[in-house]
Design a protein. Structure first.
Length: 247
């Protein structure tokens, strides 16, 4: 004859079984939660990486000469790298250094494309994922922008003369090229085609950017003797141009 347990004992057994089942299911629940967290972290990292690639590709499309000359233009290349660094500083994915330069598969003139590809190393926190893919997962973001330098070069000027090129042609002069430190030098913008903004680098890490007369024709004091390479980027709504000279 089967013996029936009192109700109190049956309740204790049920609670005991529930605790055992919970203990068995808990690791699986935690694993699924960690997988979901890793997926969210990877997705947010890729979104930020894609935004950085778009910013860099847009800049490269406006300044293709920074990479396509005999030696390129260091100031443009440095600004490109800074854009990527600024956009990826806070993301949870380590950008692979050095960052690859943009590519121009169809040339550096109107009708071509500036393409930027950025890779970063994402570190999962889920043990099961790391066993499958390793401790690092490479995320890749790619962006391309059409080159816009020279986009309206063949249109007539507003004066009706026709054939003018509204993109600036950068040029400048300095009132003195040598002297005893500290040496104060006044730079005069000689750029043509009506630039509306100027960006200067003075060769020692200092820079000045803006749209006023102070930025168009800046005065700068060199406190340390040496040789310096000065770069002017003259730009307007249609594009930009760069001129570099030694001081």
């Amino acid at each position: 004859m089967r013996r029936m347990l009192p109700a109190r004992h049956r309740g204790e057994r049920a609670r005991g079984q529930s605790l055992v089942e919970f203990a068995l299911v808990l690791p699986l629940m935690l694993l699924l939660l960690m997988v979901a967290v890793d997926f969210s972290r990877a997705y947010l990292g890729w979104i930020n990486l894609h935004n950085a690639a778009r910013e860099a590709a847009n800049y490269a499309a406006l300044n293709p000469r920074g990479w396509t000359g005999a030696t390129g233009v260091v100031a443009i290349q440095d600004r490109y790298a800074s854009l990527i660094t600024d956009e990826t500083t806070a993301i949870n994915c380590g950008v692979v250094a050095p960052v690859a330069p943009p590519t121009f598969p169809s040339g550096d003139t109107l009708g071509g494309d500036a393409i930027v590809t950025i890779n970063c190393q994402f570190r999962p926190i889920t043990p099961l994922i790391t066993e499958i893919i390793g401790t690092n997962l490479t995320l890749t973001a790619r962006a391309d922008f059409p080159i816009r330098t020279g986009a309206i070069a063949s249109l007539p000027t507003s004066g009706g003369g026709g054939g003018g090129n509204p993109i600036p042609v950068a040029n400048f002069s300095a009132d003195q090229l040598s002297g005893v430190a500290p040496l104060t030098v006044t730079f005069t913008d000689l750029s043509s085609n009506a630039p509306s903004a100027w960006s200067w680098t003075f060769g020692n890490g200092a820079a000045r950017t803006g749209t006023t007369l102070a930025e168009q024709n800046p005065t700068y004091t060199y406190d340390t003797p040496g040789s310096y390479t000065v770069t002017l980027t003259a730009s307007n709504v249609n594009g930009s141009d760069v001129e570099t000279k030694g001081l």
